[in-house]
Design a protein around this ligand. Structure first.
Ligand code: DON
Length: 604
């Protein structure tokens, strides 16, 4: 049999030739998914409430609030703040995110606490004099940070939807205690901090905080974050506005002023989260409740589900060539629209109703062929944004610098939160004296039309930088109802792969009747229109299936793969911390993602 040369050639570009040959030789690169799927692991089960997050310690913080009579929103506040301490690569008070809520009485809402561009930001701020993007300017250092929204967002959620049994200060306390008294460094945390070494080298305050006297923390050591503990104490004493108007704001703004950053005290004072109406869609009798713009995730998810609905997805066979082909074509079309139409709805008109109209979405599939891939370049009719032709895959390393957590309480209130620093340890800057990292969310804007951002995304003018604007996001916190009742809570980190990971988890449960753990564990693939490539996790499918996909005109690229790495996320992506309600027993089933070293569920 002929070897699938073109496919191997692509893989070779992504990992070293020696590694690939070795893995091909032992049949590891693509193998039947059956082995993965048959080995079903048990979910975490709880009769009343459950919290699933990237950090078992943070989940336990949330579960403790639930046990003491708090509701899912109370627990979401405590868990989110605790993640800042226990999962510093993404858990944050220096970033932003989205919270989608469905109350047991059927009310729904979304809290948008996305970062905003500072008042002094400008559309061309990352370009040099000749109009070229300056590498690193939108990703590293003070200029890359947007005005953080996490503290204000969590506080707003608590004020409007908390149980009233816990004060803000009560819910900050577990995070303060963890920071002040220290946490044991887990092997996962030690690896995270080691991965940040190159970044911390450039920022002495970060090095001081995230290393012990210039050396890496080792698993088993205790790590105390005294400045962060004091920041939480100030937030307890003076309330959440302290972050925006008090000493914390002053520490942040002064550091910006000293280092050429743009965020001022006025920017901080002016920051407000926004409560928005959720997006709703349906899929095979289920109701999907998800995040509206400035996330692109909800729109893209609803579009993809609407495109898939006419097809008997489950009958195509799990990860068959026909299935991967169909789902890829659907992903391609949704990401094409993302680039063209989406941006901050407070600044640009986003045609949400039109884009999520199932008839429109199905129209996108008019020229779908079961035999041939639609070239992405062809979809970009007239290349309206001056797009460059697709180049081979960017390294595509979406490890978890964002994090998602899901919560359901005893009453059946559900909270789905995804929040982020954007890149690994954000922009690398720790606010001196305050102990927390700042985001590099400004890179989510379009630095220049036609130039990819750090996730390889091509974006349009709708997402151009403007003062006070929120950058377009892919974060997709989602809640699914079945027969009008709470069924699933899901979402993930992973840059643009967030949207496709969320799609995979939902369709695996609904179309494939997988258990929640199977749906979360199943290997994933991803297409984002540009580059015109299907990225695959190891063990997605067989090599002969890959050959069939190539024959249809697809190019596949294997996610970076480190043989024998203890870190699953080095060769996979996403962390779909999800919950499903068993319809018969009412049990809350929690599925932390296997890919995430410290992930865990806790409940009662
Ligand atoms: O909002 C977004 O879409 C990105 N800032 C998310 C970044 C991300 O998920 C990175 N890590 N996994």
């Amino acid at each position: 049999m002929r070897y699938p040369l073109p496919f191997v050639a692509v893989v070779r570009r992504v990992v070293s030739a020696r590694t690939v040959s070795r893995l091909l030789a032992i049949g590891l690169v693509f193998s039947s998914p059956a082995g993965v799927l048959l080995a079903q692991r048990a979910p975490f089960e709880a009769p009343k409430g459950v919290v699933v997050s990237a950090s078992l310690t943070a989940s336990e913080v949330g579960a403790d609030i639930l046990r003491r009579g708090g509701n899912a929103v109370d627990a979401a506040v405590a868990t989110g703040l605790a993640l800042t301490v226990t999962y510093p690569r993404a858990g944050n008070i220096g970033g932003g995110g989205f919270l989608v809520l469905r109350l047991e009485d059927g009310r729904t809402t979304a809290i948008d606490f996305r970062e905003r561009a500072p008042a002094a930001a400008a559309a061309d701020m990352y370009l040099d004099a000749s109009g070229q993007v300056v590498p690193g300017r939108s990703t590293l250092g003070h200029l890359a940070a947007g005005v953080p929204g996490t503290v204000a967002g969590l506080a707003l959620a608590l004020e409007r939807y908390g149980s009233g049994k816990f004060s803000w200060s009560d819910l900050v306390e577990p995070a303060r205690k963890l920071a002040a008294e220290g946490i044991p460094v887990t092997p996962g945390l030690a690896r995270d901090l080691a991965a940040g070494e190159g970044i911390f080298e450039r920022f002495p305050e970060s090095r001081r905080v995230f290393q012990r006297n210039g050396r890496l923390y080792q698993a088993g050591e205790r790590w105390i974050q005294p400045e962060l503990g004091r920041t939480f104490a100030r937030l307890q004493t003076h309330g959440p506005r302290e972050f925006y108007e008090g000493e914390t704001a002053a520490l942040l703004a002064d550091d910006m002023a000293r280092n050429g950053g743009l965020i001022t005290r006025d920017d901080l004072r002016a920051y407000r989260p926004v409560e928005r109406e959720v997006l709703r869609g349906s899929y095979r009798g289920h109701e999907i409740i998800t995040m509206p713009p400035p996330s692109s995730g909800g729109i893209a998810l609803l579009q993809m589900l609407a495109m898939l609905e006419p097809h008997a997805l489950g009958d195509l066979g799990h990860n068959s060539a026909a299935r991967i082909h169909l789902v890829t074509e659907v992903m391609r079309r949704a990401f094409r629209d993302r680039a063209e139409y989406l941006g901050d709805p407070d600044f640009v008109r986003v045609p949400v109703a039109g884009l999520t109209d199932p008839a429109y979405a199905r129209g996108l599939m008019k020229h779908f062929s079961t035999e041939r891939a639609t070239p992405s370049a062809g979809l970009a009719a007239g290349t309206p944004f001056g797009l460059q032709p697709a180049t081979p895959p960017a390294a595509g390393n979406e490890s978890s610098e964002t994090t998602h957590y899901s919560i359901v309480d005893a009453a059946g209130n559900a909270v789905s939160v995804t929040y982020t620093l954007n890149g690994l340890f954000g922009c690398g800057v720790t606010v001196p004296g305050a102990g927390f990292l700042l985001n590099n969310e400004m890179d989510d804007f379009t630095s220049k039309v036609g130039v990819r951002n750090m996730f390889g995304l091509l974006q349009g003018a709708a997402n151009a930088i403007a003062p006070g604007k929120r950058p377009l996001s892919s974060m997709t916190p989602t809640i699914v109802l079945r027969d009008g009742r709470l069924f699933m809570v899901t979402g993930s980190p992973g840059g643009p792969t967030i949207i496709t990971t969320t799609l995979h988890v939902i369709t695996h449960v609904i179309d494939d009747a997988m258990s929640l753990t199977q749906a979360v564990d199943a290997p994933r693939f991803h297409h984002q229109w540009m580059p015109d490539i299907i990225r695959v996790e190891p063990f997605l499918t067989s090599r002969d299936t890959a050959v069939m996909l190539e024959a249809k005109g697809h190019t596949l690229a294997l996610q970076r793969l480190y043989a024998n790495s203890p870190e699953a996320s080095a060769r996979s992506w996403g962390d779909a911390a999800s919950i499903l309600i068993d319809s018969k027993s009412g049990l809350r089933l929690g599925a932390p993602d296997l890919r995430s070293a410290d992930a865990g569920a806790a409940g009662h």
